[in-house]
Design a binder for this molecule. Structure first.
Ligand code: PHE
Length: 340
């Protein structure tokens, strides 16, 4: 019996197959009720008492070997089946789920930040709910002065000292309060004005304002900085012109036009046949503002400028309705994926 067990064990160890049928035959031959191994267990009765222990162990291990072999091959075949039966064509391209794209306003904001970062400007941010001092008073808007009406304000009902900021100049006040010149910073952010929504205006929009304060900063520095900025954003051939204007916080104040980036200055319906489009407000920081923020106006001068990101983006991409920026229609937003 011992030899028999050994011979069968060799057979089992040598067994291998790729087919389910052969595996089944293996099971029937060795492991089924009428198979070789159970019948050996039948013969076990005839084994002499001295040999029982040894034979019992040999028989059990034979049975385990057969069962293990069967299980191992069965698992192998099933794994193979998984792949073939699901009918996957591994050469097909992967079905990517669609990625979102950067919002056009973010693209342009980042570009503006990058242009100013190259000439040493940092980025500062501040609160969207602002107090009267930072949004108006420090910026030389006298109390009850009609200049406050220039920017229709959303006040907070429960606390009339608080409002949604109407410009990010409020951030610059905070920067001046908390740091010493030289200051060179831009403040991008969301601003709010109580305006009727139309194709041209929205009650929420975005600005980037800039501030430069140091000894001997002049209007010429302002002009050159803005020329650099306009040419970096709209192209080297861009020209600028400054028109006198009024802001409570700058003196003198100006508005800046660029030569129309669509027609190159020849005249088209975007520039209303003038060849110029307005893009920002600017000026020399009023000495009162410097003093309000704790900066000695006899020692330091500075310039400031501010622009709407929506306006710049609309000009850059010839978008004719500001509301598109806030509707989040994928068909609109997707067009800017690779822009800039
Ligand atoms: N704060 C002004 C506005 O919101 C823009 C501006 C900034 C003008 C700095 C001049 C200087 O309209």
């Amino acid at each position: 019996m011992k030899e028999k067990i050994e011979a069968i064990l060799n057979e089992i160890n040598a067994f291998t197959t790729e087919s389910k049928e052969e595996l089944d035959q293996f099971r029937i031959k060795y492991l089924s009720k009428k198979g070789i191994i159970p019948s050996l267990f039948g013969e076990f009765k005839t084994v002499t008492p001295e040999m029982r222990k040894e034979m019992g162990q040999a028989l059990n291990s034979l049975k385990n070997s057969a069962q293990d072999k069967f299980n191992a091959i069965q698992e192998q075949l099933e794994n193979k089946e998984d792949v073939t039966e699901t009918d996957v064509d591994l050469t097909l391209p992967v079905d990517f789920s669609e990625l979102g794209s950067r919002h056009p306003l973010s693209i342009v904001r980042n570009k503006i930040i990058e242009i100013f970062a190259r000439i040493g400007y940092t980025v500062s941010e501040g609160p969207e709910i602002e107090d009267d001092f930072h949004n108006f008073t420090a910026l030389n808007f006298p109390e009850e002065h009609p200049a406050r009406d220039m920017q229709d304000t959303f006040f907070i009902e429960k606390n009339p000292d608080l409002a949604l900021r109407t410009h990010t100049s409020s951030v610059q006040v905070r920067v001046m309060e908390n740091s010493k010149p030289p200051i060179r910073t831009i403040s991008p952010g969301r601003v709010f004005r109580n305006e009727a929504i139309s194709a041209r205006a929205h009650c929420i929009f975005h600005q980037v304002e800039g501030l430069y304060i140091d000894k001997d900063v002049s209007f010429a520095d302002l002009k050159q900085t803005l020329l650099y900025f306009a040419q970096e954003l709209f192209g080297k051939e861009t020209k600028i012109r400054l028109r006198p204007s009024y802001f409570p916080f700058t003196e003198p104040s100006a508005e800046m036009d660029i030569s129309c980036n669509i027609c190159g200055g020849k005249g088209c319906n975007i520039c209303k046949y003038t060849g110029w489009v307005e893009i920002l407000g600017c000026g020399m920081v009023d000495p009162n503002v410097l003093e309000n923020c704790g900066i000695d106006s006899k020692e330091y001068t500075g310039f400031a400028f501010g622009m709407g990101i929506e306006r710049i983006t609309m000009l850059k991409y010839q978008i004719d309705d500001i509301r598109l920026f806030f509707e989040n229609d994928q068909r609109f937003l997707k067009q800017f994926e690779s822009a800039l």
